[in-house]
Design a protein. Structure first.
Length: 344
């Protein structure tokens, strides 16, 4: 098994059968070696730097009905909110004072946030904070919408492909959604000049090793600037409430594989990883992650952006999260930096 890790480190790629063996092994020596090489590779390109992104969760309204997600439209128990323009601007102001140079506006697919609304908001943020990057994560929109928001100043877009398998995609989503459209959105975003982030959940119901290999192959084709993966965590008010969540071990292993396959990519240590283990994000950093996304949303709405159960950081003020993460990053031996943190 160690030869497979050596090969991945030396060549940045493996055959499907080698990936299958690595994804299924519990050989500790090989997995320790994967961690060592993932850290070495990340340090070769990024040193000990960890970039900060301030996450602003702008809406819990969503027209989609993904079976895994707590804010799916069929969840009548979900508490819905949307932030006003003034509230979003005040999150940015707070974030800027705390040293953030990237604002990520994420939300459910909410038609309230029209292109006109978003373009005017993005222009105002870029005018007030010209040294900051604006990242959007608003789901699937038309190519024209993506083009207008790019022209208004948006720099990056996060849209996980969720799964690259047609068969699995259909089991996780309602009929009206399609993998084809999701992929089309990602290629449109790339073409328009966004720095693109994609990714998937680990351990989602019905996922097989073969599906994970398909995800890695799709990422090789898309060549995103950022890759976000995190464990699936069940939500009590969804059809997957009784399913098992993704494991820490498999998520860390895939993070290590991603770092070796995509040496220069930006990889966040996600909130979901911090949710399934008290040291999940620290372990993520040691397995190749180089980004953290502390929450800048107003505390009174945090619990309502309820994607999965037991989500962390829902009671803390932005400043508390910033300090907490700084301590965590330093304890893992890395260094928080406040630069924009574009992909190399
Ligand atoms: N609406 C936008 C979109 O579709 O990209 C952004 C918001 S969406 C809620 C953000 C991400 O949350 C999804 O891409 C999905 O991977 C993740 N997510 C949703 N439900 C989850 C769950 N139960 N466990 C872990 N991650 C989840
Ligand atoms: Fe939010 Fe620790 S990162 S409280």
């Amino acid at each position: 098994m160690q030869e497979i890790v050596e090969k991945l480190y030396n060549t940045g790629n493996l055959s499907d059968s080698e990936l299958e063996s690595l994804l299924e092994t519990d050989d500790e020596c090989a997995l320790n070696l994967l961690t060592v090489y993932a850290d070495e590779t990340r340090q070769k390109y990024y040193g000990k730097k960890v970039f900060l992104r301030g996450l602003i969760e702008i809406s819990s309204y969503c027209r989609n009905d993904c079976l895994y997600c707590g804010i799916r439209r069929s969840n009548a128990n979900a508490e819905r909110y949307r932030l006003s323009r003034e509230e979003i601007m005040s999150c940015c102001e707070n974030g800027y004072e705390l040293g953030f140079h990237t604002f990520v506006m994420q939300g459910g697919e909410d038609s309230y946030f029209t292109d006109d609304f978003m373009c005017s908001l993005i222009s105002e943020i870029k005018q007030k904070y010209p040294d900051c990057a604006v990242t959007l994560s608003l789901g699937e929109r038309s190519c024209e919408s993506y083009r207008r928001m790019k022209e208004a100043g948006a720099d990056r877009y996060l849209l996980r492909h969720e799964t690259a398998s047609e068969e699995l995609y259909r089991k996780l989503h309602p009929k009206e959604m399609s993998l084809e459209n999701r992929k089309k959105c990602l290629f449109n975003l790339r073409k328009l000049g966004y720095q693109v982030g994609s990714g998937f959940m680990v351990g989602v119901p019905f996922q097989t090793t073969e599906n994970i290999i398909e995800d890695l192959r799709f990422l090789q084709e898309l060549k995103p600037h950022m890759i976000g993966i995190g464990p699936f965590v069940p939500h009590h008010d969804t059809p997957f409430s009784d399913e098992k969540g993704g494991t820490l071990g498999l998520t860390l292993k895939i993070l290590g594989i991603l770092r070796l396959m995509f040496p220069k990519v930006l990889i966040p240590a996600t909130t979901a990883l911090g949710t399934i283990s008290p040291v999940g994000r620290e372990l993520g950093l040691k397995n190749g992650c180089n980004v953290v996304m502390p929450n800048l949303s107003p505390v009174d709405v945090r619990k309502k952006y309820d994607l999965y159960d037991n989500k962390i950081c829902t009671g803390e003020e932005a400043a508390e999260c910033r300090i907490c993460l700084q301590k965590r990053i330093e304890s893992a031996g890395y260094e928080i930096v406040s630069e924009r943190g574009d992909a190399l």
